[in-house]
Write a protein that binds this ligand. Structure first.
Ligand code: ZN
Length: 148
């Protein structure tokens, strides 16, 4: 039987091998670049936001398994959410990967598979890169997001 750690591992590997929403978007209303110099993770995030609702989300880029899986899971999770809901998810996610916060973790559903990175502080930025990029995209920033 799989233990929880193995299950988490399996989800991350699956999303790394077959990232969801891995494509550019022609009708994107926002586009944002993110870069994690510590690991070399790079991504471009695309959003189509209408009336404050994230209609569609996608990304392209290259990075480690954690950053790719995080972007894959995130783009799946935010589709159909309002901008405010996506921001609340970012807050929960951020809290859950930097500290033991079971309340925040419970809000995350599937995204909780990435909270294991808190045991590896150098990988936290890999897990949060997509989210910081999302945050900047929703704020219409035109600067490249770096995690430093
Ligand atoms: Zn990385």
């Amino acid at each position: 039987m799989l233990n929880l750690q193995d299950l988490y591992q399996e989800v991350i590997l699956d999303h790394n091998r077959n990232p969801r929403n891995f494509h550019t978007m022609e009708d994107a209303t926002q586009q944002q670049q993110g870069f994690n110099p510590l690991c070399g993770d790079k991504l471009s995030l695309y959003l189509n936001i209408e009336n404050d609702i994230i209609i569609d989300a996608s990304f392209v880029g290259h990075g480690c398994a954690i950053s790719t899986a995080s972007a894959s899971l995130m783009t799946d999770a935010i589709k159909g959410k309002t901008v405010a809901e996506a921001k609340a998810m970012f807050d929960s996610f951020h809290q859950a990967v930097v500290e033991d916060n079971t309340d925040a973790e419970k809000q995350l559903g599937k995204l909780a598979v990435l909270t294991g990175v808190k045991q590896f502080p150098s990988r936290v930025k890999c897990a949060t890169l997509a989210w910081h990029t999302l945050q900047a995209a929703m704020e219409d920033s035109d600067k490249v997001v770096t995690t430093e």
